[in-house]
Ligand binder design. Sequence first.
Ligand code: NAD
Length: 347
Amino acid sequence: MQSPSNLALVPFVSVENMMRLVHTNGLDSMLTRIADTIEQDFLRWDQFDKTPRVASHSDVGVIELMPTSDGEMYGFKYVNGHPKNTAEGLQTVTAFGLLADVHSGYPVLLSEMTLLTALRTAAMSALAAKHLAPRGATTMAMIGNGAQSEFQCRAFQAICGITHVRLYDSDPAATQKCAANLAGSGLHITSCTTPEDAVQGAQIITTCTADKQNATVLTDNMVGAGVHINAIGGDCPGKTELHSDILHRSDIFVEYPPQTRVEGEIQALPEDHPVTELHNVFAGRTEGRKTDKQITLFDSVGFAIEDFSALRCILDAIQGTDFYIDLDMLADPDDPRDLYGMLNRAK
Ligand code: NAD
């Protein structure tokens, strides 16, 4: 999109432009496009530099950097997780990210990623469920009705054909908000007052709560044979959602084991507990769901390649549009070695 002369200008996608982009393309189409790109990138797993994200913990939350590269492009996301924030009128999760050209090291995209994280997390959940959920699943329990929840429901509708969602949140106001936002989506919505009620008749259970503790959002007796669990909210050391008995009954699927062993539900299990890497399922090297009775668990924590894929989609989607502004973010002296002279001349 840039000629060599303006490589120093970096396209920036603001929250406002991200919203315009989603509305212009349609939410379903964006979710599907991001899911397809994540799947393509997981199919070339070996081409990527992979490392667990770098986390800086405090008593109330975490700030993380998530880098990766496929040798052509480099990307990273900055993301926080502060469950106490909503009580202060702030979001639990905010993010921004960058893509750069490996050959020059110059950034080619800077983007908001708060909305984009919600889109990519939902796309990844639905992509995993496409391979793991029982065939013909129509009903999903959605436990935790905060910022991510509607995106999760819409992705399961668009990508997995879910028609019914059963909502539960420990704060009824969150459930009311989620139900109101999903009205008109075509989904049949049931608001529930207990998590036990929410899981009734659901073939898929998504847990997406925020609490900085080892919570028990699901107990063993709530999970019947054949269910697929999409566990989103347990994504930090000491922050989990499922009773460990559920883990022992489930076949567990993960993004990148070195990160999930530290951050996911499986932090409660011994280091050698078997897990399946999702890229192997997507590539057909390993089976996903094998039987109707099997409990499958996607122990989601969010991995850097998913953000890289989402940023790739955005870079592609803004071509030929005005859904970005150019940022004067890199110094561009006439003589590349005369940075000091450039400063002097600007006096
Ligand atoms: P949010 O704060 O907007 O919403 C969380 C909701 O959970 C709130 O409405 C809260 O009332 C509810 N809740 C808390 N404890 C509960 C419980 N025991 N039972 C039922 N509901 C409960 O947060 P969000 O942005 O929607 O994120 C949700 C979680 O997902 C966070 O923990 C976040 O870190 C995680 N997350 C994971 C990924 C990933 O890739 N795996 C990506 C984004 C966010």
